[in-house]
Design a protein around this ligand. Structure first.
Ligand code: AMO
Length: 438
């Protein structure tokens, strides 16, 4: 089949009327109505209707069209005709069809059927699940969000970095480390680029960011935890306070919200979703005030406890009433934060923040302890052996500027933006305690 006029559902226009084109895609539907057959071909952007009236189409082609199993891959050549009965405004009267791949039947799951399919079935046959335009749209939006993210960070003079994912020690607590065999040594999958992004601050590359996988051996089976997610990390040197870091986060998230709302329309429409751009600056609440508000609802939380899923939801509802989707929590007790966070001297608190969106934590960060002695003290206090972290501590002994940064979970951000119920919707092949295949 000659491919000189290959078109997609998106590129057929009035100019193609009465012209011959070739379209390629999956057979979404076949309808045989006696004297006429219809083939709906789906591609990345939408569908094309092939209309085959018995009077105009040779018998062999007619029977090939009427007998093609759903979800087979075909290429069809034919004449474009304007038609008011078709949503796109055009149909194709076929002259040739090539079957590029015949699908077996029955299908493992439906693509256009209205019946709801179990989450497990969907993820077992994710390739088929992703044939649904609304499922695929999430992946398109995630890709757009990452493009916007890179755009903004580069505009702010950040350098993109890539840090190792096979590491000798964790930074975010031992419980969620995946141990692996590394030749004859014990190693781990990186929980975050924390130690490496901080080490970069001692190099002169004073604004860095990374988008990469992060691994957590999460025992909790929830709609917001997975074992592998994409983490967006940044670190900034010579900060005056953690406000400098928060400004970057407000800037980058705003750029993503605006960009998705403007440039992602085609995908948002497929999901029937509108993206609301949260107002800047995002309001700030201290951890202590948040704790108090949560306690008032009857939840029992001690000072230093994580606000938890429930607590975060309580605050989310309060903030929503006030018209805020996105807001900060600051000044967590130093006890509750990792060793690398700077203590607020003379108080039990720390220079730290979380960024929450619609009742869920998206990111955390803060100012880091850059003073060698104090950092070692904090490690010891947290029960860590500084000897295990020599490679990390060394740069602090030879000129480390004050610095701060953050880590944001991309999939949590994308699913909240699209009001989806489960983080897995934004992951092609999710990993959790129960899922390693596909
Ligand atoms: P933290 O551990 O809070 O901080 O992680 C940062 C963000 O990563 C996302 N996240 C997850 N997403 C999906 N599944 C998980 N299991 C999971 N765990 C974390 C969340 C979370 O807010 N090094 C610090 C950041 C810093 O201080 O720069 C860190 O990793 O959206």
């Amino acid at each position: 089949m000659q491919n000189d006029r290959v078109k997609s559902s998106r590129t057929i226009t009035a100019q193609d009327s009465d012209m011959e084109v070739t379209v390629k895609g999956w057979v979404q539907e076949v309808r045989n109505l006696g004297g006429i057959s219809f083939l709906i071909i789906r591609d990345r952007y939408g569908t094309v209707q092939v209309t085959a009236p018995k009077k105009k189409v040779p018998p062999e082609l007619m029977s090939a069209i009427s007998g093609i199993p759903r979800e087979s891959v075909v290429e069809v050549k034919g004449m474009v005709k304007a038609s008011s009965q078709v949503k796109s405004g055009y149909e194709i009267i076929p002259s040739e069809m090539n079957v590029l791949s015949m699908a077996q039947s029955p299908l493992p799951m439906g693509v256009v059927d209205k019946v709801s399919v179990e989450m497990d079935t969907r993820f077992n046959h994710r390739f088929m699940d992703l044939r649904k335009p609304e499922t695929r749209a999430v992946i398109e939006i995630k890709s757009l969000a990452l493009e916007l993210l890179g755009e903004y960070m580069r505009s702010q003079d950040f350098v993109e970095m890539f840090t190792p994912k096979i590491v000798a020690s964790g930074a975010e607590g031992g419980a969620s480390l995946f141990e692996i065999k590394y030749f004859d040594k014990k190693a781990y999958l990186a929980q975050s680029p924390q130690l490496y992004k901080q080490m970069m601050m001692a190099t002169g590359l004073d604004r860095v960011y990374e988008i990469g996988p992060a691994f957590r051996a999460e025992l909790s089976d929830t709609v917001r935890h997975v074992s592998e997610f994409i983490s967006f990390d940044a670190e900034i040197a010579f900060i005056e306070s953690q406000r400098d870091v928060m400004d970057v986060m407000e800037g980058v998230t705003h750029h993503i919200f605006k960009g998705v709302a403007e440039r992602g329309k085609e995908h948002l429409e497929k999901m029937g979703v509108e993206v609301k751009v949260p107002r800047l600056p995002y309001p700030i609440m201290t951890y202590s005030d948040a704790l108090e508000l949560v306690r008032e609802t009857g939840l029992t939380l001690k000072e230093g406890d994580d606000l938890g899923t429930e607590g975060e939801k309580v605050i989310g509802d309060i903030m929503k009433e006030k018209g805020f989707d996105m807001y900060w929590f600051v000044e967590y007790p130093e006890d509750a934060k990792p060793f690398y966070i700077m203590e607020k001297d003379g108080t039990p608190y720390s220079y730290s923040f979380d960024l929450d969106y619609k009742g869920q934590e998206m990111a955390s960060g803060g100012q880091r302890e850059h003073r060698y002695e104090r950092l070692v003290q904090r490690m010891v206090k947290k029960g860590l052996d500084p000897k295990d972290f020599e490679f990390y501590l060394n740069p602090f002994a030879y000129g480390m500027p004050p610095h701060g940064g953050f880590g944001l979970g991309i999939e949590r951000f994308v699913v909240k933006m699209l009001d989806l119920p489960n983080i897995r919707e934004a992951i092609l092949f999710p990993r959790d305690r129960n899922r390693l295949v596909p």
